[in-house]
Design a protein around this ligand. Structure first.
Ligand code: ADP
Ligand code: MG
Length: 216
């Protein structure tokens, strides 16, 4: 499902953030990308999401070689993914429900169906009672759960997240870990970059550990 072969990423300026990274993530697997700060976790997540392109090597997602893809095809590949990134902000000028409905409106789902699906996603993350709230009125953990609802509302086959438990208290972090485990249980492929020690220690899935841009 996600196959990387000798992936290398060199940023402008010449710094090599990933060097010869190869791995295979099967459908329905849960994989944690771990490693020290600066190891290349975020870079790898961005390559998988087609936010950045590899300098060399190949990355195949659902049979499509991302490195050979035309730019115009990238949005279609991204639809396989639900993405939760640290810099992906919620919109504070609209309600929680409207935030979750946005991806459905982009693909043109009829309004009533979009409301129904967005409410189901909010229910899944325990926020249905807060559907009318502005995200600014939600706690950090609730905002992260809202971001997860928005990421899964399109029913992606892969959930891709970068440090989703960072900056959360331990109870909220546990809620987030449990949510990811729930999605894994129903067959969603999970790829999470994290340095969350309790997650790494208790995770059922596999770890892909990076050290200075190499898999160890
Ligand atoms: N846009 C960029 N330009 C130059 N260097 C970058 C860029 N993004 C990340 N890096 C460098 O690449 C290395 C890996 O970064 P990153 O993938 O963010 O690691 P991690 O998420 O594991 O902390 C770091 O040394 C970082 O400074
Ligand atoms: Mg990072």
């Amino acid at each position: 499902m996600i196959v990387a072969n000798s992936l290398t990423k060199r940023y402008p300026g010449g710094f090599e953030a990933l060097s010869g990274v190869s791995f295979r993530i099967g459908a329905g697997e849960m994989v944690l990308i771990t490693g020290h700060s600066g190891a290349g976790k975020t870079t790898l997540v961005k390559l998988i999401a087609s936010i950045e392109r590899p300098t060399s090597g190949s990355l195949v997602v659902n049979g499509q070689n991302l490195s050979a893809l035309r730019r115009s095809a990238i949005p279609y590949v991204r639809r396989h993914f639900g993405m939760i990134f640290q810099d992906q902000k919620l919109l504070f000028d609209r309600s929680a429900l409207d935030n979750v409905m946005l991806p459905l409106q982009i693909v043109g789902l009829p309004h009533r169906e979009a409301v129904r699906r967005a409410q189901a996603a909010l229910d899944k993350v325990g926020l249905l009672a807060r559907e009318k709230a502005n995200p600014i009125a939600l706690s950090g953990g609730e905002q992260q759960r809202l971001a997860i609802a928005r990421a899964v509302v399109n029913r992606p086959t892969v959930l891709l997240a970068d440090e989703p438990t960072a900056n959360l208290d331990s109870a909220s972090a546990q809620d987030i870990r449990t949510l990811f485990a729930d999605f894994h249980r129903v067959g969603v492929t999970i790829v999470v970059a994290t340095h969350d020690q309790s997650w790494i220690e208790h995770c059922q899935g596999n770890a892909l550990r990076l050290d200075h841009g190499r898999v160890v």
